[in-house]
Design a protein around this ligand. Structure first.
Ligand code: KG4
Ligand code: ZN
Length: 334
């Protein structure tokens, strides 16, 4: 007999992680599996697109089988299937989307193509059931750094964007300069642990009032020059100072945007939102200003399929499905 609770399977394959989630009634995670390629790409200091696509292909079917088995369900129990359609690497996206479309066709269930960026935002709804717009989102990942005013579930307004590198990219490039490896965020966070965040005065860009855009390329250059000038640098101190420069500006601008728009809830999303120092500083600011800061748990900040399932659930409830002709879009925007 078919399960009375509605089940969505979601697939994430936009970059270097393959994820499969089975979500019941939009909240209960019955399975959420992730196959990471970090060790493979680490050798190259960043994601190699062609290798990423091949690895997705290798792991996707076993991962789906394991997710179904862990959830104790079958393909015939699914009510819809979703996949990330963009933004991301085209070959990587195609793997997850093709598999999801095949399941949709074979099982005669709706297909929902999810914007990865919306997924990052919707990860918060898995954890905070009462969270509702309006709120400000700081979306900070490897490819994006944006401040978004979410006025209601349909109404997203871009308030600020990065003019060059994303915050995650600044961590990744910084880690490369410091010869720490990939991905840079967690490695810089670790190296910074006992460092002095005020030891090097790295620049904070675009600080003028009502400017909600970001720029991190000058910071990266400044780190490069500093390491060249002081080859005997103290790693902990320099990592802590570099991290501080990124975190400071992220917290400052997101709260200022909230203030300007009269919104008291500030939501953090994307891989960089797992940063400990960012969480500390945002929490501190929230208490100081009597605002509220929301963070998804770390496993929902970095790429995962549960966030894609969460975004798909909202579309499913509205009967908002996609045709099997829907293409992937590597540069999809919010
Ligand atoms: O959201 P995500 O997993 O993938 C994208 O959609 O880009 O974000 C990955 C980015 C990487 O740049 C990584 O260095 C960064 O998030 N990141 C962190 C931390 N964990 C991951 N940055 C700072 N601190 C962390 N703990
Ligand atoms: Zn992401």
């Amino acid at each position: 007999m078919k399960n009375s609770k509605r089940l969505i399977m979601a697939i994430e394959s936009s970059c270097d992680d393959t994820g499969v989630c089975i979500l019941s009634e939009g909240r209960e995670i019955r399975a959420n599996l992730l196959s990471s390629q970090i060790d493979i790409h680490n050798k190259f200091g960043g994601v190699v697109p062609e290798i990423a696509s091949r690895k997705h292909l290798e792991v996707i079917n076993p991962l789906i089988a394991n997710a179904l088995s862990e959830a104790g369900v079958d393909f015939s129990d699914l009510d819809a299937v979703a996949a990330t359609i963009g933004p991301g690497l085209v070959g990587a996206l195609l793997v997850g989307v093709s598999v999801a479309k095949a399941i949709s066709f074979a099982m005669n269930i709706p297909f929902i193509g999810v914007n990865h960026l919306l997924g990052h935002i919707y990860s918060n709804f898995l954890i905070y059931p009462d969270l509702a717009p309006p709120f400000i989102v700081l979306l900070c990942s490897g490819g994006h750094t944006q401040i978004i005013h979410v006025r209601d579930y349909e109404n997203f307004i871009l308030i600020g964007n990065t003019l060059d590198d994303a915050a995650g990219e600044a961590f990744d490039k910084g880690a490369r300069i410091l010869e720490l490896g990939y991905p840079g965020g967690p490695l810089i966070q670790k190296a910074a642990q006992d460092g002095d965040p005020n030891s090097v005065a790295f620049p904070r860009a675009l600080r003028e009032r009502d400017n909600f855009n970001f720029s991190f390329s000058g910071l990266k250059t400044s780190l490069l020059y500093h390491t060249r000038k002081h080859p005997d640098y103290n790693l902990a101190d320099i990592a802590a100072s570099y991290q501080e420069a990124i975190v400071d500006i992220l917290v400052e601008k997101s709260f200022k945007a909230a203030k300007k728009l009269g919104v008291k809830n500030v939501i953090f999303a994307g891989g960089v939102a797992s940063n400990k120092r960012l969480r500390e500083k945002a929490q501190h600011k929230a208490v100081q200003w009597r605002y509220e800061a929301f963070f998804p748990p770390v496993q929902f900040c970095t790429d995962n399929a549960a966030m894609i399932a969460s975004a798909a659930w909202h579309r499913f409830c509205k009967g908002d499905f996609d045709s099997l002709e829907t293409p992937v879009n590597p540069s999809l925007k919010i």
